[in-house]
Design a protein around this ligand. Structure first.
Ligand SMILES: *Cc1c(COP(=O)(O)O)cnc(C)c1O
Length: 326
């Protein structure tokens, strides 16, 4: 139902290593708000909600959450009401993803102490919304980041789509994905495993340690096996998926000195728009791998790719936090 258009694929030369190149899978260009991995994650989720008669969706996120904005936009397009629980207080000037969330959805600000108990918060607000809604309403809760087996289906469809586009060549692909909950990287790796593709997915860990991501991988793989493919358990036991740190690790959401300038430099010299919290992390790993590959002289045998998951509206929120860096 959200049938995504074809991904635009562009190749970028690495500025300081002329023979190295990075292939960018431009999912960020698919939609102005849903663009990036959110559209992929909602590809099967929204039709499933519609199919089960849901009228109202409750989800949550931080102030500049791309997830809440995307869910609200997708719900609005399909005639569903989106109720967004946003951590913290209303800012003086809403911008970026928060502004978009306010345009497409119904926002409730939740104090940090209450937000810390996420499950309880979601259930309590869902009960309140159900009580206030018309009698024929059906309320459904969506986890933060939409980390669910249904979300993986959209990523598996992306894998099939890429496989079709690359059908005539059997070059190995290494696809680098900046990861929050890890759902995007895991879904893509599930697709590669199920379709038997010669790919490796590299998830850049941004929101937790390796244990968190291996736990997410196990939970999502098990849930997908149970829900969709009992007989494929063996095939997906070993995913072609590697978890790596970003080049300069830090706690999630932090921006280190010089990173906004790095994004600006990449934008000006290549035309590629990155943000320092998410996509810069994938770009840096991709550049490092492309340089290493070109140094071995084997660059024709593998394709270094970056899945551009979007995130550019986050720049507006960062400009409010760090005005003098822009
Ligand atoms: C939401 C988002 C992510 C995180 O995706 P996960 O599936 O939770 O790993 C990564 N990058 C960008 C730009 C995003 O908007």
């Amino acid at each position: 139902m959200l049938e995504p258009p074809d991904t635009i694929i562009k190749t970028y030369r690495v500025p300081n290593a002329p023979s190295a190149e990075v292939t960018v899978l431009h999912d960020d260009l698919l939609h102005p708000v849903l663009g990036g991995n959110k559209l992929r994650k909602l590809d099967a989720l929204i039709p499933a909600l519609l199919g089960s008669g849901v009228t109202d969706v409750v989800t949550c996120g931080g102030l500049q959450s791309a997830h809440t904005a995307a869910v609200a936009a997708a719900c609005a397009e399909q005639g569903l009401r989106a109720h967004l629980l946003v951590r913290g207080e209303r800012p003086q000037i809403p911008t970026g993803y928060h502004l978009l969330s306010l345009m497409y959805g119904q926002v409730t600000y939740v104090p940090r102490s209450e937000y810390a108990l996420r499950e309880t918060m979601l259930q309590q607000h869902a009960a309140r919304i159900a009580a206030e809604a018309p009698p024929d309403a059906k309320v459904s809760v969506m986890e933060e980041g939409a980390a669910s087996p249904l979300a993986c289906l959209g990523l598996i469809r992306l894998a099939a789509h890429l496989a079709e586009m690359w059908a005539t060549d059997d070059t190995e692909a290494i696809i680098i994905v900046d990861s929050g909950t890890g759902t995007t990287a895991i879904g893509l790796a599930l697709g590669a495993a199920l379709l038997g593709l010669p790919w490796k997915i590299v998830g850049v860990m941004l929101a937790g340690q390796a244990e968190y991501y291996t736990q997410q991988q196990r939970a999502l793989t098990d849930a997908c096996s149970t829900e969709f493919w009992h007989e494929m358990m063996g095939k997906v036991a070993e995913l072609p998926l590697e978890w790596v740190e970003r080049l300069r690790p830090r706690s999630f959401g932090k921006v280190l000195p010089g990173e906004i300038a790095s994004c600006r430099q990449v934008a000006r010299t290549t035309g590629l728009l990155l943000d320092p919290i998410y996509s810069l992390a994938a770009w840096e790993v991709a550049v490092q791998r492309a340089e290493a590959l070109s140094a071995t002289g084997k660059s024709s045998r593998a394709r270094i790719c970056m899945l551009h998951c979007g995130g550019m509206h986050g720049l507006h929120g960062l400009a409010q936090r760090f005005p003098s860096d822009f």
